[in-house]
Design a protein around this ligand. Structure first.
Ligand SMILES: *[C@@H]1O[C@H](CO)[C@@H](O)[C@H](O)[C@H]1NC(C)=O
Ligand SMILES: *[C@@H]1O[C@H](CO)[C@@H](O)[C@H](O)[C@H]1NC(C)=O
Ligand SMILES: *[C@@H]1O[C@H](CO)[C@@H](O)[C@H](O)[C@H]1NC(C)=O
Ligand SMILES: *[C@@H]1O[C@H](CO)[C@@H](O)[C@H](O)[C@H]1NC(C)=O
Ligand SMILES: *[C@@H]1O[C@H](CO)[C@@H](O)[C@H](O)[C@H]1NC(C)=O
Ligand SMILES: *[C@@H]1O[C@H](CO)[C@@H](O)[C@H](O)[C@H]1NC(C)=O
Ligand SMILES: *[C@@H]1O[C@H](CO)[C@@H](O)[C@H](O)[C@H]1NC(C)=O
Ligand SMILES: *[C@@H]1O[C@H](CO)[C@@H](O)[C@H](O)[C@H]1NC(C)=O
Ligand SMILES: *[C@@H]1O[C@H](CO)[C@@H](O)[C@H](O)[C@H]1NC(C)=O
Ligand SMILES: *[C@@H]1O[C@H](CO)[C@@H](O)[C@H](O)[C@H]1NC(C)=O
Ligand SMILES: *[C@@H]1O[C@H](CO)[C@@H](O)[C@H](O)[C@H]1NC(C)=O
Length: 712
């Protein structure tokens, strides 16, 4: 897409400037017979046995896979007038470079001779005399299968100020005496040789020395016996990927200006206290990929100048167990690095929450923290609170699923956050503070196990409605896939559109359903209350009021002791089963003495007499009201009798029990008069029955001078 754009712009520009290739870095054939490919400044020629004529704009010439066994001044005849600055030879079968070879290439700054395995180094040495010492800056002599160099190799470069690479040769020993003639050897790269022995006497001017990927097993001497340094200018030293087994505090003496020390990929077993303490200017220390590392002394990294520490890929277990064995100390390890700004502990074991918390308790100046693939499941909540200046946090490839909402609060400097390749299922509004999302430049969340459900709606909406995805960089959308549910697994998150039916309206629908259901339930409850439970409700209220009155001290009575029975039951024969089976049982279980005519009346006496006699012997009269009762004339007579008693002793003498709600068609006037003037308790089987019986018993026990309380 953008390529197309550039091309269009190019074409337009090409027309504008008369097709002089101006911005396009595209190659075109060049050379007298189109032997080479050229951009404006760079020519590449292959498969030739001469160097052809090239456009005057060329400043860099790359010669690859040609056959040029002899090179001298004549070889460059065709290009002697162009202002060549960079000359690159690779695999041209060069055997001899003659003394005058570079005579016409006065402006050469960079010369490379790579994979020229046939090249005679003595001839090369001599050819240097035709280089312009004042202009040559970089010399790359790589992959030439050299075992050694003539002692006077750089004799003709004595006044030069150069960076030299001898990478990828076969040196067994680095004898720096060979560099002594060079006035200023700024940079020396001898990586990827077979170097075991190193003599640094000859690098007085060198600031950068790369000895990586050799076979060095001991730290070389940086100074002579009288402690004078060989490398006073050295700022960068790499001893990475060698075989160094041991370092001591003495190892790094005479490196007063060293700022960068790279020791990755060695075989260090332990780091003693203060091993780097003599490196007064050390800024960056890398000791990654030392998989034999088993012990780190408590103050190993003691350095007031150190700012960057890389300890990745050591397979070191920062565990309680190791702490107990005194193989490291989480409290002090970083404590003696007061200016630590950047720390990389990736690919170690940091899965113990308490240890992680202690490790980072004293790292207040951290700007960049990298903890990739470190087995972390939980980020300690105070981790970032101790790092107010943090700019970049990389937690890629851990096992993180959730974090405390407050973890990322108050991090005004944070610009880059990497949480890719974890176990995150959901990103929603509470995952990150809005402030953080605003200030971040990079937020990496790819490669997690996302749930393609409504829970992700917020995140997807944010991406679709704003330019937020620019912060997710190129990994959006290709590296964001659904993990759940099963049928969406491995589909792109970007292709998942949570529907209104699934999400918002699900809530609305369920809200409606819930509202409707609860309305119906409430209604139903009310109906039940009104038609059935009302009885219980009334009973409860009745009981409550009764209790209130009793509390207020009226409870002193001459009592039922004056009567033979606590209560006389008036009922109609149709309700006998209930009266005997239920009512009597309940009341007598409450130690009440109850009189019912079938059981207690004197045999042989007329019923009327009996009723009169036993009613008089009873303290209270219970009237069991029902439709049967209302219908029967006999019962009506009894009501008259009851009313008579009521007139004498007041309504408190009656306990009206509505066994069955009476239909209005059966409601006769005397009964209605009784019910209107006397409160009654309604019987309801099941729920609330206990309440009813309690009320009946209380009502029977209630003193006569306390009138029952009307409910309605
Ligand atoms: C020039 O480029 C073309 C196409 O890019 C390629 O086929 C050809 O081999 C190149 N020639 C040289 C001398 O590099
Ligand atoms: C100069 O280039 C021509 C072809 O362009 C070639 O034939 C000739 O050999 C070249 N000269 C030298 C000295 O290499
Ligand atoms: C040079 O040869 C190698 C091996 O045949 C090949 O891979 C490479 O592409 C060639 N380079 C050029 C510039 O032709
Ligand atoms: C070197 O160049 C020759 C052709 O001149 C080619 O056959 C060979 O593969 C090349 N070798 C490398 C390592 O590029
Ligand atoms: C070398 O560079 C100088 C100044 O940049 C210029 O005057 C001179 O012509 C160049 N030499 C050649 C051979 O192009
Ligand atoms: C390298 O060249 C020199 C002369 O420049 C010659 O004396 C020497 O024998 C050559 N060495 C090899 C290995 O060809
Ligand atoms: C090394 O030590 C000697 C004395 O033994 C001293 O003269 C010399 O200058 C020292 N320095 C270097 C870099 O060799
Ligand atoms: C840390 O290094 C400083 C300076 O080299 C030294 O004074 C101090 O005693 C060291 N601290 C520990 C705990 O060894
Ligand atoms: C999250 O952090 C807050 C504030 O520090 C704390 O009160 C809360 O308990 C934490 N919640 C969890 C689940 O750890
Ligand atoms: C966000 O997701 C987390 C983890 O799934 C969950 O605990 C939290 O309740 C969610 N918050 C909101 C607002 O949905
Ligand atoms: C995204 O949009 C905001 C305003 O909505 C703007 O300030 C910001 O510069 C935009 N970012 C990019 C990368 O386009």
């Amino acid at each position: 897409m953008s390529n197309l754009k550039i091309n269009c712009v190019c074409i337009i520009l090409c027309f504008a400037v008369g097709c002089n290739v101006f911005c396009c870095a595209k190659e075109k054939p060049c050379g007298k017979n189109n032997e080479c490919n050229c951009t404006k400044a760079v020519a590449t020629c292959s498969c030739l046995n001469y160097i052809p004529k090239l456009p005057p704009t060329i400043t860099k010439l790359i010669l690859k896979n040609n056959t040029l066994p002899l090179i001298n001044r004549i070889s460059f005849m065709n290009i002697s007038s162009i202002n060549l600055r960079i000359l690159y030879f690779e695999n041209n079968s060069i055997e001899i470079l003659q003394d005058d070879a570079f005579y016409d290439l006065k402006n050469i700054t960079e010369l490379s001779l790579i994979t020229e395995k046939l090249l005679n180094t003595t001839s090369l040495k001599s050819s240097f005399q035709s280089l312009t010492i004042g202009t040559i800056q970089r010399l790359y002599l790589e992959n030439n299968d050299w075992y050694g160099l003539p002692n006077d190799m750089f004799y003709y470069l004595s006044g030069a100020n150069i960076a030299l690479s001898l990478r990828n040769n076969l040196f067994h020993k680095l004898n720096s005496n060979v560099f002594l003639p060079i006035a200023n050897l700024r940079k020396l790269q001898v990586e990827e040789n077979e170097i075991v022995y190193v003599n640094l006497n000859g690098l007085m001017t060198t600031g950068f020395l790369d000895l990586s990927n050799n076979n060095i097993y001991a730290i070389p001497n940086f100074c002579n016996n009288s402690d004078e340094t060989f490398v006073p200018q050295l700022k960068y030293l790499s001893l990475a990927y060698n075989a160094i087994r041991k370092i001591s505090k003495e190892s790094f003496k005479c490196l007063d200006n060293l700022k960068y020390l790279i020791m990755d990929g060695n075989r260090l077993r332990s780091l003693d206290n203060n091993v780097f303490a003599l490196l007064h200017n050390l800024r960056k220390l890398a000791i990654g990929y030392n998989q034999q590392l088993k012990d780190i002394a408590p103050f190993a990294f003691n350095s007031s100048s150190l700012q960057i520490l890389h300890l990745y890929r050591n397979n070191f277990r920062y565990s309680k167990k190791k702490y107990k064995e005194k193989r490291f100390n989480p409290q002090t390890i970083f404590q003696t690095i007061p200016n630590l700004k950047e720390l990389d502990l990736s690919r170690n074991y940091l899965n113990e929450y308490a240890i992680v918390r202690e490790l980072f308790a004293s790292t207040r100046h951290i700007h960049k923290l990298t903890l990739v693939s470190s087995d972390i499941t939980t980020i300690p909540e105070e981790l970032l609170r101790n790092m107010p200046h943090i700019k970049s946090l990389n937690l890629q490839g851990n096992e993180i699923e959730l974090w405390n909402e407050s973890l990322f609060d108050n991090l005004p400097s944070m610009r880059e956050l990497y949480l890719d390749g974890n176990n995150i299922h959901v990103i929603n509004e509470t995952s990150f503070p809005a402030k953080l999302l605003k200030s971040l430049d990079v937020l990496e969340l790819s490669g997690n196990q996302y749930r393609c459900t409504c829970e992700m709606k917020w995140f997807l909406d944010k991406i679709r409605s704003t330019n937020f995805s620019t912060k997710l960089r190129e990994s959006w959308p290709s590296r964001y896939t659904c993990y759940y549910p099963e049928h969406l697994r491995l589909t792109l998150l970007a292709d998942y559109f949570p529907t209104i039916a699934e999400c918002n309206s699900l809530n609305i629908v369920s809200l409606i359903i819930i509202t409707a259901c609860s309305s119906v339930l409430i209604l139903l409850f009310c109906v039940i209350m009104t038609f059935q439970c009302q009885i219980n409700f009334k009973n409860a209220l009745y009981l409550f009021r009764l209790k209130q009155r009793m509390k207020h001290g009226y409870f002193s009575l001459e009592s039922s002791d004056d009567y033979e029975f606590d209560a006389f039951v008036v009922y109609c024969d149709a309700d006998r089963l209930w009266v005997h089976g239920v009512l009597l049982k309940h009341l007598e279980n409450s130690n009440l003495n109850i009189c019912v005519h079938h059981r207690d009346f004197d045999v042989g006496e007329p019923v009327l007499n009996n009723i009169g006699k036993y009613m008089a012997k009873s303290w209270k009269i219970i009237v069991v009201l029902s439709n049967n009762f209302a219908k029967s004339e006999w019962c009506q007579w009894e009501v008259d009798l009851v009313q008579e008693r009521r007139r004498r002793q007041g309504k408190k003498v009656l306990v009206l029990v509505m066994y069955q709600q009476i239909d209005s068609k059966h409601m006769i006037t005397p009964l209605k008069a009784l019910l209107d003037t006397t409160p009654y308790l309604s019987y309801k089987e099941g729920f609330g029955e206990y309440l009813f019986w309690t009320a009946v018993v209380k009502d029977i026990n209630k003193p006569l001078n306390i009138p029952p309380i009307s409910i309605f």
